[in-house]
Design a protein around this ligand. Sequence first.
Ligand code: PMP
Length: 364
Amino acid sequence: MKVRELIKAFKPYEWEPSRKEISERIGIPEEEILRFDLNTVPFRPEEILKALSEKLPSLPVNEYPDPSYRELREALSEYLKVNPENIMVTVGADEALDIMAKTFIDPGTVALVSAPTYSMYRITVEALGGRIVEVLRNPDFSDDLEALIEQSRKPETRMVFLCSPNNPTGNLTPQEDAVRLLESVGCAVMVDEAYAEFSGTSLVNLAEKYENLMVVRTFSKAFALAGVRIGYVVASRKTIELLSKVRPPNSVSVTSLALAKIALEKADFLLAKAREITAERERLSKALSRIEGLTVYPSHANFLLVKFEKADALKVYMELLSRGLVVRRLSGPMLENCLRITVLDKASNDKLLGALKEILGGKG
Ligand code: PMP
């Protein structure tokens, strides 16, 4: 087969193994494995599923969905207090990234990322023959705004990817920094707010004002629907029209649309759950920072970045794994000897704390 040249040397996304694969590898039953590596919430939204089951018999699954996903956009418009024309629905946030890259990236052009950050930005850009330039964050993980502005002004730069709260560091891009960037550069600025509900802040209200701003959101995190695959973009009408040129017409399923709409009807409940998780995050963060040799970074998301000052993070990862506790390994600049831990329920988090104390015990 004749494949594209760039695919030959392509560095793909590192897929998380399935529960079944982990279970087979470590010999612990699937149901005993705790996933601290996926940044999803630790509960199944049963109320949403029950409401869907009532609607299922009348779902028009023999037809394609309304390609404009109008009903969901209208429900989102109420939730976000923006116009439906400012919203585009996608298959998870990841499809939104793909659509943006297809809109802005020509082979040989550049997209900037404020690194370290979510790896899919690189993958979507490089898959189209674009080049990623990593602008390394400041030591406190804040964006290096001056460097981003300088790089953005170069003619080959088409896009900047920001992530707020940032995966895996957990910090926010302050609104004034985002606004300065938006006002200083002409290129598109994507702000990934996949974890926004845990932070209580968002830039969606700026979308109509700044034509170069595209905010990406998802139902996968606080809305407990990662398996349903729904995301959306909030941007100016003009920018939504531009992105719509390459959006596939029917990628979101009728069942996913129905689930997302029900989730929005239950937004108060889900947002209350998100607040519980942020309270638990603070408890876990304090407890972890009491363990000697561990640095815990402040987080506005549902996960914590931790650095092992004395122990080897890979060894800690393996020890945790052997106990059925799966955390996220990390690599690359600024993340040396770090692991990422998703905040689960109190009982699960306590298991992790106990295991970490045991593993690090004595080593300080
Ligand atoms: N953006 C960030 C920052 C993420 O961490 C993730 C999921 N890990 C995504 C986007 C993808 O979200 P979705 O499930 O909506 O595709």
